[in-house]
Ligand binder design. Sequence first.
Ligand code: HEM
Ligand code: HEM
Length: 221
Amino acid sequence: MKTASKRKIQIIVDVLMTAVLLVLMSYSIAGELIHEILGISLFILFTAHHIFSLNLTKALFKGKITPTKIIKIICDILMAIFMLIMLLSALSVSKYVFAFLGINFLSALARNAHTFGAYWLFALISIHIGFHLDFMLAKPMKNKKKKTVVLLTVSALFLSGLAVFFKEGIYNYMFLINKFVFFDTRSGILLFILKYISIMCMFSIFGLALLKFTKIKKGEK
Ligand code: HEM
Ligand code: HEM
């Protein structure tokens, strides 16, 4: 496949994965059957994403090991583990697509693993997206005027995401303080997705900052 068309498909897969993830987080607001179908779609997209990023994954293990490579590898491994947790727990919690399997044992554990896994996976994928935002901001950061605008926008996005994160009590679900997620079905899916985009931006900016920090420490560009 030509590099340009491969790149286009790669971008489509990445955008789809992000969109599917945001809808998945809304669980009952989007609809239970839609949730299960989208859940399986994310696994298919995840496989495609890995095939397209294979060269980058191989590059992570080639040459000198740097702090940047280490945090990327850790994040990649954790994401893969959490994807596996989501798939295994889905086999038990499923009410539609996997119901025919009749897997009912350890159902309480599977439910908790599904909730715990979903929020950590969401945070990790957002951080991972942040690791790849570097190239997008490289050009405007070279211009003095644009740099101020970028820094102000990034700070505002980070702070508003952090506020939504605390207001929605996401930490309660990440640390299983609250095992039952509250979904406000009255406010609709659009508002829900906007809130989660904001939290996603917060984690992505954290990822970007983490990457910058390891590069500064190592003197990398
Ligand atoms: C990586 C993909 C997935 C993500 C990010 C995800 C995310 C979520 C979230 C945030 C909830 C709400 C948590 C709660 O109410 O405690 C949930 C619940 C649920 N999900 Fe998923 N999910 C994924 C894949 C799947 C798949 C593949 C299936 C089934 C085929 C599935 C079936 C369910 C069911 C049945 C519930 C309700 C559990 C219960 O409270 O009884 N999910 N999921
Ligand atoms: C569980 C989900 C995911 C896993 C396990 C995963 C894993 C990986 C791996 C292993 C790489 C190559 C090595 C690296 O740079 O870290 C990569 C690259 C990349 N990922 Fe993901 N990823 C996931 C989801 C996403 C999502 C949702 C996006 C959405 C934007 C995304 C965007 C990217 C980008 C832009 C690259 C660089 C590809 C390139 O420029 O060729 N990833 N991912």
